[in-house]
Design a protein around this ligand. Structure first.
Ligand SMILES: Cc1cc2nc3c(=O)[nH]c(=O)nc-3n(C[C@H](O)[C@H](O)[C@H](O)COP(=O)(O)OP(=O)(O)OC[C@H]3O[C@@H](n4cnc5c(N)ncnc54)[C@H](O)[C@@H]3O)c2cc1C
Length: 402
């Protein structure tokens, strides 16, 4: 007989990726426990706020491929709810064609889209200003439009996964259950929380920006930097304006990283307002503990200035400001880490993890990949570009904190 605190898999971290993992594990009838240190649907990790961008353009072909593969899993998730999860308005990437940023470069993205057979249209500056409500764009600016881009209703996505897990006989969920210790004996992991000790043969680690606080319990560490990102909404004024989801590539100007992104007006998030945000931070953090919930006023001011100069139909005064914390890998071009724990961890092949990067668009497919890895030790999806752990994870000594 199995004790009530024993499971097949324990998922640590109840954000959207952890919820998606539990959803896919429960589809495979695995007895799953999902542990969240705060409440579910919290605003304290990488899923704060409501909207995210779903986009196919990426400079790397393997990323374009993964987004394409994720569409099937979005459709599956959508079949579970009547609330629209995606508002398909298209992705517009535009700006200085010579700029290469952490998001990539317009020409590289076009090459990757072409290689994957994804249709898009190219635009010059004149066409950009004729077809979209942007203005005063400098002459060299060009753009690409990809019609499948969308605003993701991340909150509805989380709530859909939460409801499905709540209804599953295979899944148990516990909030206010921070994991403070993990020990392995007799081929099982024993996971300590203030609510008790729970055991399972397999672990899935999805702790978001708090990744190292969980990885340290198993004696390893990932190199990451932390961005406490500022965001704001701008009131729509005058005749209605139709923006797609968009991203602008520009040369940095001193401490102004000069990269911005935005959304159309959406019914689920401050209707009557449009979200525009900076895709840079003036000062990255070394650890999540350094974050505050106060948006950097200079990042907000740079964004408001861009709105004033280049967007029509908006009052350029930032309102409903907020922050969101994200961990980014220090490994070049490696935005997502999807892997087993490093070999230094006893039973490492029984520990699956996801950490770092912009993964809102991958929520439904990542749960499937992590559940495959946990239950089968492999997945049909090509994750070789994300399996960098063996080279880059560092050993962490809990006794010395180094
Ligand atoms: C400003 C901003 C804009 C973004 N824009 C986009 C975008 O446009 N497109 C896109 O694709 N992605 C985007 N992203 C990224 C995307 O939002 C995240 O990748 C995604 O929401 C992360 O989900 P998660 O489940 O990994 O992390 P989280 O939502 O952070 O969940 C992790 C959970 O683990 C819990 N946890 C941690 N440690 C423990 C522990 N010891 N015990 C128990 N629980 C624990 C945490 O409390 C947390 O709830 C953006 C992120 C930010 C911050």
């Amino acid at each position: 007989m199995i004790a009530s605190d024993e499971y097949d898999v324990i998922v640590i971290g109840g954000g959207p990726i952890g919820l998606s993992s539990a959803y896919h594990l429960s589809k495979r009838r695995a007895r799953t426990l999902l542990l969240e240190q705060f409440t579910f649907v919290n605003q304290l990790g990488s899923s704060a706020g409501v909207s995210r961008q779903f986009r196919i353009p990426y400079p790397e072909q393997y990323m374009v491929k993964l987004v394409k593969q994720s569409i099937h899993f979005w459709d599956e998730l959508q079949s579970l709810t009547s609330v629209p999860l995606l508002d398909t308005v298209g992705t517009l990437w535009f700006g200085d064609p010579s700029v290469h940023t952490s998001e990539g470069n317009i020409a590289e993205a076009e090459a990757a889209l072409k290689a994957e057979g994804v249709s898009y249209t190219s635009l010059d500056r004149k066409a950009l200003e004729q077809q979209y409500p942007f203005r005063n764009l400098p002459e060299p600016y060009v753009g690409l439009f990809q019609a499948q881009g969308a605003s993701i209703n991340l909150q509805a996505t989380i709530e859909t996964l939460l409801a499905s897990n709540q209804n599953s006989v295979h899944t148990t969920m516990k909030s206010n259950a921070p994991v403070t210790d993990i020990v392995r004996t007799d081929g099982k992991f024993h996971v300590t929380t203030p609510l008790g000790v729970f055991s399972a043969a397999k672990l899935v680690l999805t702790p978001g920006p708090y990744a190292n606080s969980v990885f340290h319990l198993l004696g390893f560490h990932i190199e990451a930097t932390y961005w406490n990102m500022a965001s704001a909404f701008y009131k729509v004024q005058g005749p209605p304006v139709k923006y797609p989801t968009w991203f602008v590539f520009q040369q940095p100007n001193g401490e102004n990283g000069n990269e911005f992104y935005g959304f159309p007006e959406v019914s689920w998030n401050y209707p009557g307002y449009i979200r525009v945000a900076s895709d840079f931070v003036i000062k990255p953090l070394d650890s999540p503990e350094q974050r505050t919930f106060v948006p950097n006023p200079r990042e907000l001011a740079f964004t408001a200035d861009w709105v004033r100069q280049h967007m029509t139909g908006l009052n350029p005064v930032p309102e409903f400001t907020s922050t969101c914390l994200v961990a980014l890998s220090k490994i070049k071009n490696k935005e997502l880490l999807i892997d087993f724990a490093p070999p230094s961890v006893p039973g490492n092949k029984d520990v699956v993890l996801y950490a770092t990067g912009w993964a809102g668009k991958f929520v439904p497919i990542l749960g499937r990949i992590l559940s495959d890895l946990a239950l089968d030790g492999r997945t049909d999806f090509d994750i070789s570009n994300f399996q960098t752990g063996y080279k880059y994870f560092k050993v962490f000594d809990r006794a010395t904190g180094q």
